[in-house]
Design a protein around this ligand. Structure first.
Ligand code: FES
Ligand SMILES: [Fe+2]
Length: 405
C-alpha cells in the first residue's frame, strides 16, 4: 500500500449510522438556512486563471440569487465583482464567459465600467444631476487564487483563507502543476438533476457503492480505492490503476495509454485522486487531466451538477487520447451517480423511510452531515420543526450550545 502524506481522522468504533433526517431534504426553510449558513458564506470554486487569459476576459458565477463576474483587468489583475449594475441592477455581463473590449457596457442603459470595476460614466450623465462617479463602481466580491483556481465567497464565513484551508493539499496541487492547467475545447458541463443537493453529496461522499454501481471505475481501480477523512471538511479519495489490464473498451485503452508520470510523488502516480472541500466541491485529478465539479443548489428539489475540465500544457497524442478515455469513463460514472442520487432522494419521501444505516465505508457522509449539523443544529431534530419556526429553532439551538460552552 502506498503511503499517503495526510493526517487523517479514524472512523470511530461506535457511531450514529443514521444520517440526516429525511425532512431536511425537502424543507424550504432548511434550504433558506443553507443558503445563508453554507453557500453564500463558504468558498466556491468558479474556474481557473487560464479561463480568463487576457484583459477583459471574464467568467460568471451564480449562486442562489447572488451572481459574480470574475474579470481580468487592463493591468492583468484578476478581480471579482457582483454582476449587478449600480444603476438598476442589470447583469453587466450575460452568459458563462466572454471577452469585453476595454470596458464593460451594461446592456440595459449603457453605463460603462472600466475593467477594474470603477464607473467610467453613465449614459447621458447630465440627466443624473450632480453625480459622484466614485460611489458607483461595481461592488467587489472576495476572491482568492489557489494554484491557479479561482475561489470566491459572497459573504464572510467560518472558513479561513483558501490557502490555509487547502494547505494539506498544496503539495499535491503543486505536483500536478494545476497553476499551469489549460482549458480543454469544451471546458464546462452542467446538468440539472431533480434532487436536493445533499442527495448528490450523499452518493459522492462514499466509495462503498463503487464495486457494484460503477463497473468502469471498479475495473480501473476498484481493488485499491479508498476514502480518507481529514479535518476542516476536507477529504481525499484515491484509486490506483495499472495492476490489471481492464476488459471494457475505455478502461482497457486508458490503462494502456495513460501517461507515466515519474515526476509525480508515488501516491499520485498511476492514480485517480479526488480532493473534497466542504460543503459542495471536488477536485479530480488523473495523470493527464485536471478538473473540478460541484453541486449548485437551485431549489430544495433541483440541483445543478457542474464542472470544468483542464489539460496539461504540451500534452502529447497518447495523453490527449487518454484524457478522452478518462472523460468517457467519468461520463458513464456520472450517469450512474445521477441515478443513485435520484433513488436516494426519493427514499426521503416515503413514510416507511427510517433513515440510513451507514457502513464504516460510508463515514464520509457522517463527516459531511456533522459539518452541516455544526452550522445548523436544527438538523439534529428527527421531526421537522414547523417551517415558519425553523430558523428561530436553529438560533435557539446555537444559543443553547454556546451557553453550554
Ligand atoms: S441597469 Fe445598467 S445601465 Fe441601467
Ligand atoms: Fe459514485
Amino acid at each position: 500500500m502506498t503511503d499517503l502524506p495526510y493526517t487523517t481522522l479514524p472512523v470511530p468504533n461506535d457511531w450514529d449510522r443514521a444520517g440526516l433526517p429525511g425532512w431536511a431534504y425537502s424543507s424550504p426553510a432548511q434550504f433558506a438556512l443553507e443558503r445563508e449558513k453554507l453557500f453564500l458564506t463558504h468558498w466556491q470554486v468558479a474556474g481557473h486563471v487560464a479561463d480568463i487569459p487576457a484583459p477583459g476576459s471574464w467568467l460568471s458565477f451564480d449562486m442562489l440569487g447572488e451572481r459574480a463576474v470574475i474579470m481580468r483587468g487592463q493591468d492583468g489583475v484578476v478581480r471579482a465583482f457582483h454582476n449587478l449594475c449600480r444603476h438598476r441592477g442589470a447583469r453587466v455581463v450575460d452568459g458563462d464567459k466572454g471577452q469585453c473590449k476595454g470596458a464593460i457596457v451594461c446592456p440595459f442603459h449603457g453605463w460603462v465600467y472600466n475593467l477594474d470595476g470603477t464607473l467610467r460614466g453613465a449614459a447621458r450623465p447630465s440627466s443624473f444631476g450632480d453625480m459622484d462617479r466614485s460611489r458607483f463602481g461595481l461592488k467587489p466580491v472576495e476572491l482568492e487564487i489557489f494554484h491557479g483556481f479561482l475561489f470566491l465567497r459572497f459573504a464572510p464565513g467560518p472558513q479561513p483563507s483558501v490557502a490555509e484551508l487547502l494547505a494539506p493539499f498544496a503539495a499535491d496541487f503543486a505536483a500536478y502543476g494545476t497553476d499551469e492547467a489549460l482549458p480543454v475545447t469544451v471546458p464546462g458541463w452542467s446538468i440539472d438533476l431533480p434532487v436536493n443537493w445533499k442527495s448528490v453529496r450523499d452518493v459522492d461522499n462514499e466509495g462503498y457503492h463503487v464495486a457494484l454501481a460503477h463497473p468502469g471505475l471498479q475495473e480501473l481501480y476498484g481493488r485499491t480505492y479508498r476514502d480518507l477523512h481529514l479535518s476542516d471538511g476536507l477529504s481525499f479519495s484515491v484509486g490506483w490503476f495499472g495492476d490489471a489490464p481492464g476488459r471494457g473498451w475505455s478502461v482497457r485503452n486508458y490503462v494502456k495509454l495513460a501517461p507515466d508520470r515519474p515526476d509525480l510523488p508515488p501516491h499520485l502516480r498511476k492514480a485517480w485522486t479526488y480532493y473534497g472541500l466542504f460543503p459542495n466541491t471536488v477536485f479530480a485529478f488523473t495523470p493527464e487531466s485536471i478538473q473540478f465539479y460541484q453541486d449548485i443548489p437551485l431549489t430544495p428539489g433541483l440541483t445543478r451538477l457542474t464542472g470544468r475540465l483542464y489539460r496539461r500544457p504540451g500534452e502529447d497524442r497518447a495523453s490527449r487520447i487518454a484524457r478522452y478515455l478518462a472523460y468517457r469513463i467519468d461520463r458513464a460514472t456520472s450517469a450512474e451517480d445521477q441515478q443513485l442520487s435520484i433513488w436516494s432522494d426519493e427514499s426521503m419521501k416515503s413514510a416507511a423511510f427510517e433513515g440510513f444505516h451507514l457502513s464504516d465505508l460510508e463515514y464520509g457522509l457522517r463527516r459531511h452531515h456533522d459539518g452541516l449539523r455544526a452550522l445548523m443544529p436544527v438538523l439534529r431534530l428527527s421531526e421537522a420543526p414547523p417551517e415558519a419556526e425553523l430558523a428561530r429553532r436553529n438560533d435557539e439551538l446555537i444559543c443553547q450550545s454556546e451557553s453550554r460552552g
